[in-house]
Design a protein around this ligand. Structure first.
Ligand SMILES: [Zn+2]
Ligand SMILES: [Zn+2]
Length: 134
């Protein structure tokens, strides 16, 4: 089980099971809501439990985006998608309080990456999403 929380501590989540992938997303929606090269942990939506602060959670759904954007209404911490859509969660790895155990699989949506951000690791890069996903 992996625990996560927002900056002010109002929102707390627990993730059961084994996450499927950890990756960096460079799309403009992630950049604006979660920061440049936002790292997301992705897995089965039913594995996520909100253990505190359900009332503090606000959401925003960018047009055309697969994942919704949840954030703490108290401190503004980006939480990612807690798994209410598409049966998957995509939680911002920045809110994790523990090591999720896996390492980044690559960079996706590099076609939307700002020029000032240079990828300096040797991980795979994809213009769009991972080839194995839709
Ligand atoms: Zn908060
Ligand atoms: Zn993205």
């Amino acid at each position: 089980m992996i625990k996560g929380s927002c900056a002010c501590g109002a929102v707390r989540v627990e993730i059961d099971g084994t996450p499927q992938v950890l990756s960096y997303c460079h799309c403009s929606r992630c950049r604006k809501t979660a920061g440049a090269a936002a790292a997301f942990l992705i897995g089965k939506g039913s594995d996520v439990r909100v253990t505190a602060g359900q009332d503090a959670i606000k959401s925003f759904s960018p047009e055309g985006a697969v994942y919704g954007r949840f954030f703490c209404g108290e401190c503004g911490s980006a939480l990612g998608d807690l798994g209410l859509k598409e049966g998957s969660y995509a939680i911002t790895a920045s809110i994790l309080d523990e090591d999720p155990g896996l390492r980044p699989a690559g960079h996706i949506f590099t076609g939307s990456k700002p020029d000032w951000y240079e990828i300096c690791d040797g991980l795979d890069q994809y213009e769009g999403d991972f080839p194995s996903q839709s």
